[in-house]
Design a protein around this ligand. Structure first.
Ligand SMILES: [Zn+2]
Length: 300
């Protein structure tokens, strides 16, 4: 096969990539932290998972860089604006240069999307301003909904139907995306058929699931579970780790050293555990710990 030949992202088994990774997880002394500013993990040749250094920002969010034949997509841009402290643009440029050296093609582009507009997922956006061949879709609901073609009314009801979805074609690698309100009213979930990843942002991850809109969150979890029965989902990947390996015990907010983190990836069965937890909590405000996550509901 010629190096510049089209890659067929539809062949092969999703889930055969590598998630056997030890994530950077901070250090006892942030001042003496020797981790990279951004950890890069290759799941496979066309799929990268990035984690921000916890000493730079305690949120230590994860970001995803997926390559297709025509363009790559970066999902989320981290918690820090400064390219000195958090050189996301440089890291992404290097990864794209390396990928394009192995798979040369003209006019390759970069698309920047987001799981939701919270500050720890969009802070690096400005680093991509003016980058050639790059589209940054702002994470706010109006911009994101316009890009994806989702529609809703003034009250935020999804007039396009609660089941509407969008396809984002990276060139032979077509992501399915859909609105996932609950944690945030502009939250989006992404499914990548090449890896079988379900990218759930801050809606589902091993940590504190902050729920702004309970009925919307319940519907979103139901939709995620329903989706998993229609497609091969290999891993449910959110954007943070806040639990420890001790069931039901999370690291407090602002922690910058988490030596006992569980894996980032969750399972479809854990989505069902969240659904059972929903039934148990039944909309009661407060902090409700479960073995692999904590449901956090604001009081009214
Ligand atoms: Zn977050």
């Amino acid at each position: 096969m010629r190096a510049d030949a089209e890659i067929d992202f539809t062949v092969g088994d999703p889930g055969t990539g590598d998630l056997d990774v030890s994530w950077i997880h901070g250090s006892e002394s942030a001042k003496h932290n020797t981790d990279p500013d951004i950890q890069v993990h290759a799941y496979d040749e066309h799929t990268y998972i990035l984690r921000q250094n916890m000493a730079v920002n305690y949120e230590a969010p994860f970001m995803f860089l997926l390559f297709g034949n025509a363009r790559a997509v970066l999902i989320d841009t981290g918690a820090t604006a400064s390219a000195d402290f958090f050189p996301l643009r440089r890291v992404v440029d290097e990864l794209m240069d390396t990928w394009l050296a192995a798979h040369p093609r003209d006019g390759y582009r970069l698309l920047v999307l987001h799981t939701h507009p919270h500050g720890d997922h969009v802070a690096g956006d400005a680093q991509f301003a003016g980058r050639p061949g790059t589209v940054v879709v702002d994470a706010d609901r109006d911009s994101a909904w316009e890009f994806f073609g989702f529609t809703d009314d003034a009250d935020g009801n999804l007039t396009g139907g609660a089941d509407q979805s969008a396809r984002v074609d990276l060139g032979g690698r077509v992501l399915e995306c859909w609105p996932s309100p609950g944690h945030h009213d502009a939250a989006v979930t992404f499914y990548d058929p090449h890896t079988g990843f379900l990218l759930t942002g801050d809606t589902v991850y091993p940590g504190r699931l902050y729920i702004q809109d309970w009925p919307a969150f319940v519907s979103t979890i139901d939709r995620l579970i329903g989706f998993c029965s229609t497609r091969p989902v290999t891993h449910v990947l959110g954007c943070h780790i806040e639990m420890s390996r001790e069931p039901g015990v999370d690291y407090p907010i602002f922690t910058t050293y988490q030596p006992e983190e569980p894996p980032l990836q969750m399972t479809v069965e854990q989505l069902r555990e969240i659904r059972r937890a929903i039934d148990e909590v039944d909309g009661r405000p407060g902090r409700h710990p479960f073995p692999g996550f904590v449901l956090c509901l604001d009081g009214v």
